[in-house]
Design a protein. Structure first.
Length: 90
């Protein structure tokens, strides 16, 4: 992902979303084919037994995959790239 300092990106998916995960920060950036599939994936995750925080834009999301991820990384990113914060600890 251009502009985000990360040495090691690996492929990542969430439902119909595809993208990459930074192994150092455990932040994933995903793009969806449409807004409905994005919103469905976020809804399923935020209401699951292990909900994740999300930064949500138009057909894209960023999330923290670390079990202790507080979402503070996403709050800082929101100041730069915009989007809406969704989920726990935000």
């Amino acid at each position: 992902m251009s502009g985000y300092g990360c040495a090691t990106w690996t492929p990542a998916t969430l439902d119909q979303g595809v993208g990459g995960r930074c192994e150092e920060s455990m932040i994933s950036a995903l793009v969806f084919p449409d807004q409905d599939s994005l919103e469905a994936a976020v809804q399923r995750s935020t209401t699951s037994a292990t909900p994740k925080p999300f930064l949500v834009g138009t057909r894209w999301v960023m999330t923290v995959d670390h079990p202790d991820g507080s979402g503070s990384e996403l709050v800082a990113m929101q100041d730069v790239i915009g989007g809406d914060l969704v989920g726990p600890n935000l």
